[in-house]
Design a binder for this molecule. Structure first.
Ligand code: FES
Length: 118
C-alpha cells in the first residue's frame, strides 16, 4: 500500500503528501531543501528529509545549474517512488528513528584540560 495524498510525510509539522506535491508543482523548487519553505517540512527531527528528497525527484523537474550546462553529467537516476511505504510503516519508522537518535546523542568534545599529557 502506498502513501495517500492526505497521509503525513513530515510529522513534526504535519505536512501531507498532497501539500508537498502541490508545493512542488506550483513553486517548482530547484533543490530538495527548498521544500522546507512548505510549512517548514523537514526542519524538525530530520526523519522525513530522505523522503522529501525522493519526492523532489518525483515531482520536480531536474535542475542543472548554469555552470554545469553543456558538461558531461551522470544521468539523472530517479529513485523508486517513496510512496510505496504506507502511513503506518512510515510513522513507526519515525518512532524507531527518534528512539535511536535519543539513545545515540552526538559525541561531545572533550572539555579543555581533560586531555592527558605525556
Ligand atoms: S518528521 Fe519531518 S522534520 Fe520530523
Amino acid at each position: 500500500m502506498a502513501l495517500k495524498p492526505d497521509d503525513t510525510v513530515c510529522f513534526c509539522f504535519k505536512v501531507s503528501l498532497q501539500k508537498i506535491e502541490t508545493f512542488c508543482k506550483v513553486q517548482k523548487p530547484k533543490y530538495a531543501s527548498e521544500i522546507s519553505d512548505c510549512l517548514s517540512a523537514g526542519t524538525g527531527c530530520g526523519w522525513c528529509v530522505p523522503m522529501l528528497k525522493k519526492l523532489h525527484g518525483q515531482f520536480c523537474e531536474p535542475y542543472t545549474p548554469p555552470w554545469r550546462v553543456g558538461q558531461d553529467q551522470a544521468p539523472v537516476v530517479r529513485e523508486r517512488p517513496p510512496t510505496e511505504v504506507n502511513q503506518e510503516t512510515w510513522a513507526s519508522g519515525r518512532q524507531e528513528y527518534l528512539a535511536e537518535k535519543k539513545n545515540n546523542p552526538p559525541p561531545k568534545s572533550a572539555p579543555e584540560g581533560d586531555q592527558k599529557s605525556s
